[in-house]
Ligand binder design. Structure first.
Ligand code: EPZ
Length: 418
């Protein structure tokens, strides 16, 4: 299993370019199931989860091949409307094929996603929404089956709690349903808006994407389109935090500043200065001192839960006490135990971590547990004295494209080893 060997204490100087957003690419790839025409997607990040989704689409009947700089996906015919266990167990976002499969061919069988490191992560809200649209839901042998032989019918769907892929799944089901669908308490994440942009290019009629209420007029069929994925705001945020600790200065290129506003606002409260430069570049210089600030994760446009672990790593280097509250997932502090081994001073109580800084971190052998916890450990290792070895970096490869090359190009001492 690959590991990272990182020597901390080096300044980061230069420009890192952001890749396309993994969490936009996954629903957008699933949306290609909605038409028999070719859909060309640009700026798809080369990360493990995308390869898993491409395999899933091919197992359903898609042809995925390069198309002048983009990925051409054509699903001329759905051969097997099923997401098999061996793929779903490696990527829960496979549930994103539920909506498009039912909408396209009236049937979907998806292996129930097991839990994962950060929480139980059920898909009950996805299934309840599909039922509202007229699908018959049944569960057998670890699979959930959605069946709508006469097609789906528009309805009002109210989510009891905001769900990002739940909103995306139902949006993809609604675009081919008969009549109007209203999704209330919808997720407002930029990745939802990016999906809606593609669906609109394919001929869907959608209003309100990016707000809490999305209105869809169903159409009878969708056609092909070409679409460039939005930049990855979580990758950009991860590098901005690395810059706050070691930037001299570090410039992040190709980032949508609006998408990272909750993060940069919070970082500014902690004493970090930014220069917002033309053509989507943000420059960050590590300040003399960082101030501890409190944080609570929220749905977009609030502070992203996917940035909590990285921000917590930064707070170990800030003066004072920071209370970090995780409101989205029930178990998203797996990174804390590893940071304690590096010398951090953190007290955990349920959904709240209290970080006392500034503590000198020392390099150690640590283990990645999930995607964003791995990113947190890379940031901590860059700030630590001495050498850190991070095991199980396949977690980080799920959502970061060549992170060790991008960081090495700006002066970090990081290498991949067996
Ligand atoms: C998406 O996951 C992202 N993944 C996650 O990013 C991100 O952390 C999360 O949204 C929150 O922003 C993708 O977009 C592929 P949710 P998703 O449904 O859609 C509960 C990463 O690091 N819930 O918004 O699965 C759920 O348990 C990943 O890139 C239900 O109870 O998250 C959670 O507590 C990690 N029933 C909360 O809602 C449901 O049917 C929010 O989950 C669905 C969700």
């Amino acid at each position: 299993m690959d590991k990272f060997v990182i020597e901390g204490g080096h300044a980061l100087r230069g420009v890192i370019s952001v890749s396309g957003a993994k969490n936009a690419a996954l629903p957008v790839l699933a949306a290609t199931l909605l038409t028999a025409d070719e859909v060309v997607l640009e700026r798809i990040p080369k990360v493990r989860d995308i390869r898993t989704m491409a395999k899933l689409l091919e197992s359903v009947g898609a042809k995925v091949e390069p198309n002048n700089g983009g990925d051409g996906v054509r699903v001329a015919q759905i051969t097997t409307p099923e997401a098999p266990y061996e793929l779903v167990k490696t990527m829960r976002a496979s549930s994103l094929v539920l909506g498009p499969l039912v909408a396209r061919c009236g049937e979907a069988r998806v292996s129930m996603p097991g839990g994962c490191a950060i929480g139980a992560r059920p898909i009950n809200l996805h299934l309840a929404g599909l039922e509202k649209l007229g699908a018959k839901i049944s569960q057998e042998h670890g699979y959930v089956r959605a069946h709508a032989p006469k097609g789906l019918t528009g309805a009002v769907i109210h989510f009891d709690r905001v769900t990002v892929t739940g909103t995306e799944d139902l949006l993809m089901a609604a675009v081919l349903a008969k009549g109007e669908t209203v999704i209330e308490n919808a997720a407002r994440e930029p990745e939802v808006s990016d999906l809606a942009d593609l669906l609109t290019k394919m001929g869907a009629q959608i209003e309100g994407a990016g707000s809490s209420t999305i209105r869809v007029q169903g159409v009878t069929e969708l056609h092909g389109a070409t679409h460039a994925i939005i930049p990855d705001r979580i990758e950009a945020g991860t590098f901005l935090i690395a810059g706050a600790l070691a930037g001299d200065p570090l410039t992040i290129a190709g980032v949508n500043a609006e998408h990272v506003a909750a993060l940069t606002d919070k970082m500014r409260q902690a004493g970090v200065e930014f220069s917002f430069l033309e053509d989507d570049r943000i420059e960050v210089q590590a300040p003399e001192k960082l101030r501890a600030v409190d944080l609570a994760t929220k749905e977009y446009p609030g502070f992203a839960t996917d940035m909590q672990a990285q921000f917590l790593a930064m707070m170990t280097q800030a003066e004072g006490e920071s209370e970090i509250t995780e409101t989205i997932f029930e178990n998203r502090f797996m990174h804390v135990s590893e940071l304690l081994r590096m010398g951090a001073d953190i007290a955990l109580e349920g959904h709240r971590a209290t970080v006392r800084g500034r503590t000198e971190l020392s390099g150690a052998r640590v283990m990645a547990s999930d995607l964003r916890a791995s990113a947190c450990l890379v940031i901590a290792a860059l700030a630590a004295q001495g050498e850190t070895v991070i095991d199980r970096v396949y977690h980080i490869d799920r959502g970061y494209e060549r992170i060790e090359e991008k960081l090495s190009s700006v002066g970090a001492k990081i290498r991949r080893a067996q």
